[in-house]
Design a binder for this molecule. Structure first.
Ligand code: PLP
Length: 473
């Protein structure tokens, strides 16, 4: 029977685990990007029951190599161009490991003051690095918090908006469903619809703003019409979500115009910049911040394109009153002097769960390791590669580009149509040499080339274009 791992055993296995990760980083390119296992294949190779007596850690490492690795789709492969990237980096992995080692649960300032204070600092740093409006900084009524995901950010934005618009009825009576409406474009991530369902409004509360057929950005005129019609019909608009870098094609909504319309109806404006927001570390890409001085909340994911292992969503509010009002309940067992003094932040009041990991440590490690210059170089490299890739696609008469690509996502298709485009995508992914995913643009199937992995170099993008071109008929 095993008892607890001693510090010496931990040191020994820890060295093995770190060595394994370093070796994985060095050989990740040698694997097929997309796992080829069939459903059930991984599980079938493992015992159906947990062991009665503990085993050595060697068995975990052996099975990791033998069973788990073949079932991994290699998100850190340099030719992973699917979805959006999920960057992992050395400093982030180590920061996460240190957070695990400390094992703190930072729900209250008092349960680990450093966890809270570092998080506040790091989000202020990030707000400065991205040149976000100063109203998001913690010195004023606003501030930032690390959520798990952009989906959580959208949900808490909706809860804060409901709290504000209902005059705090969410604290006691709740809100009557069927009365409140939410607005976003057809390009916005499905997390907004999910938030409507979780909040009890249902998908029926969501109004889809139509988009421009080329830029795919939300049409403010249509939003104005939707708002007016709903108000006339007796609904109360509660939230408008603008996308900056929408999932399908990377569309950029006209944030300032949408915010003006939202505020005219006392609705909250949340910006979902999950993927694209971090591009603002580059001066020349600060257009992603256009209009942010008018918004109520803003979210971007360092866990996508800013070198910070999942999970790490940075969420800021211009005024934290409604957010805390919506989410704070103080049971007796959480009462403490620091909270009652009113001079500390308790991040449990800024999120749905009570408990929280010390995620600031990995983001802090990333910001310190790379610095502003290193972060900008990372983003800039991918934007340059996407521009080059887009040029190659455009120069080939068999292909067409379906949306602008100012950042690092190129959306294209074969002019031959949906069937040919689907067959090309499958053929490329079947080679194991690259992994790309698809979307629909104006009802047509399109391939998305999302460049942003940590290890991606020009040669990987070039080889992927050669592959696409050779299989493109
Ligand atoms: N918003 C956008 C624009 C996205 O692209 C995504 C995921 O790709 C999400 C939200 C959801 O991200 P998360 O997994 O952080 O909830």
């Amino acid at each position: 029977m095993n008892t607890h791992m001693t510090p010496e055993e931990f040191r020994r296995y820890g060295h093995q685990a770190i060595d394994w990760i370093a070796d994985y980083q060095a050989r990740v390119e040698s694997f097929p990007v997309l796992s080829k296992v069939s459903p059930g294949e991984v599980r079938a190779q493992l015992p159906a029951e947990a062991p009665q007596l503990g085993e050595g850690f060697e068995g975990v490492m052996a099975d990791l190599e033998r069973v788990i690795l073949p079932g991994i789709t290699h998100w850190q492969h340099p030719s992973f161009f699917a979805f959006f990237p999920a960057n992992a980096s050395g400093p982030a992995i180590l920061g996460d490991l240190l957070a695990s080692g400390l094992g703190v649960q930072g729900m209250l300032w008092a349960t680990s003051p450093a966890a809270t204070e570092l998080e506040t600092l790091v989000l202020d740093w990030l707000a400065q690095l991205l040149d976000l409006p100063t109203r998001f900084r913690s010195e004023g009524p606003g501030g930032g918090v690390i959520q798990s995901t952009a989906s959580d950010a959208a949900l808490v934005a909706l809860l804060a908006a409901l709290h504000r618009v209902s005059g705090a009825a969410t604290e006691t009576a709740g809100v009557s469903t069927g009365r409140y409406t939410v607005y976003t474009s057809s390009q916005t991530h499905s997390s907004v619809e999910k938030a409507c369902r979780i909040a009890g409004l249902g998908s029926g509360a969501l109004r889809k703003i139509s988009t421009d057929p080329w830029t795919q950005s939300a049409d403010p005129q249509h939003l104005a019409e939707l708002l007016a019609a709903d108000v006339d019909a007796g609904y109360t608009p509660v939230l408008v979500v603008a996308s900056v870098g929408a999932t399908g094609t990377g569309a950029l909504d006209p944030v300032a115009e949408l915010a003006d319309l939202a505020h005219r109806h006392n609705a909250w404006l949340h910006v979902d910049a999950a993927w694209a927001g971090v591009a603002a570390v580059c001066d020349e890409l600060r257009f992603v911040n256009d209009g942010l001085e008018k918004v109520d909340s803003y979210a971007t994911n360092p866990h996508k394109w800013l070198l910070t292992n999942f999970d790490c969503n940075a969420f800021w509010v211009a005024d934290r009153t409604a957010l805390i009002g919506a989410l704070s309940i103080l049971p007796e067992y959480l009462r403490n002097t620091a909270t009652e003094s009113g001079s500390v932040i308790d991040y449990r009041d800024w999120q749905v769960p009570l408990g929280r990991r010390f995620r600031a440590l990995k983001l802090w490690a990333v910001l310190r390791w790379y610095g502003a210059v290193g972060l900008a170089a990372h983003i800039r490299q991918h934007v340059g590669l996407a521009s080059e890739f887009g040029g190659w696609v455009q120069a080939d008469p068999r292909f067409e580009i379906l949306a602008p690509y100012p950042l690092a996502l190129v959306t294209f298709r074969l002019r031959a149509g949906d069937q040919a485009t689907r067959a090309l995508l499958d053929a490329v992914n079947d080679t194991g040499q690259a992994y790309l995913t698809h979307t629909l643009v104006n009802g047509q199937l399109a391939i998305r080339m999302a460049i942003g992995s940590v290890l991606t170099e020009r040669r990987h993008v070039e080889a992927t274009w050669t592959l696409i071109s050779s299989l493109g008929g």
